[in-house]
Design a protein around this ligand. Sequence first.
Ligand code: FAD
Length: 362
Amino acid sequence: MKRNRLIFSTVACIMLTSVLSSCDDRSVSNLSEQKATVSTKVQGKTMGTFYAVNVVGGYKGGESALTDLAENCFKKICDEISTFDKNAELAKFNEFKSTEPYEISADLSKIIQDTVYQGRRIDEATDITVGPLVNLWGFGINKRNDNAPTEEQITEVKKLVGFDKFELRFDGQKSYLVKKDPNVRLDLSTVGEGLGADAVAEELIKQGYKNFMVNVAGASRSYGVNAEGRKWKLGIEDPTSPAPKLFVPICALDKAVATAGSYRNFFKDEKTGTVYSHAIDPKTGYPVSHNTLSVTVISDSAFESDALDTGLLVLGADRALEWGEKNNYPLATIEYKDGKPVMRHTKQFEPFLKCGTENTAN
Ligand code: FAD
């Protein structure tokens, strides 16, 4: 069954306050009223998607030093969790076709524990054992296939999916992963962007920077104010627009924002018109096909927002919003209703919609 292949870039929040350029940007307003505001902005590619960093007041060493900082952070994460680089730690574990204990690094062990913890909070809808399904549906390292997998294939592969299909064991300081079936494959793609944004943000905070924005595709961390002295603004995309287009501006208010969407990375069946997104329901083995197009989660860490957003997208808007209210999360969903995008959000999301004109530099 031939399918259209509509492959767009990864879902991204739009930054409203700065058009990124990779050079020092001397946005000098009226010098008599306020000091010149220099910012160092860099952008580039990582994890098959893009990143952007903007440090207000300038970064010591300029954009080459800031690029090095960012890309060193991303390289460490890629070396641990990539399933697209066969030399990465997780990729090597996935190729280990045995149920014997496999020693992993403390960093990878912590990422797995933290992602499993977040997944358990949302009815195991974020499930890192979806790797075989991701590959079967053509969203992993395998080339996109032309035929939707058969019912039998999905049923077969689903036997490798579920929190009970692997175990993390500890022996003193050492961590071991144990597969329950030699063909179990873990996939941490859902948290890569969040981990990347946090890693760069924590580094900048450690070095004493107080006004910056880090964006890795759909996950961002921002702190303090932008070059105009205003709180950083982001935007949630209009999922129905063929090109990235702002739908709702939000203020980041020193928090982490991550959005998972089912509308950018998907297949559309010519024959049936069914849209298969890259967010896969581990319980059914099928990509989500409900009318929730995106879920945006705000929390203190981009990893946490990123680990939750995919699973909440799988659960759909009603369950995601109910969970967000109950667990006190600022959370917004966009659904496709009566031919147009409709946003709903938890009451905790309200303050992030009020992008006032307050100028509060840190
Ligand atoms: P999210 O919703 O954040 O994540 C969706 C991804 O998570 C899916 O693509 C799938 O892999 C997985 N997933 C789907 N359903 C579930 C579920 N229910 N529970 C848990 N996970 C699920 N892509 C490339 O094309 N080329 C590359 O070279 C490449 N390198 C990468 C290196 C690293 C270290 C990482 C982490 C990812 C890489 N990727 C690459 C993948 C790409 O970055 C991801 O597809 C993208 O980050 C997903 O982010 P998202 O916001 O689009 O979707």
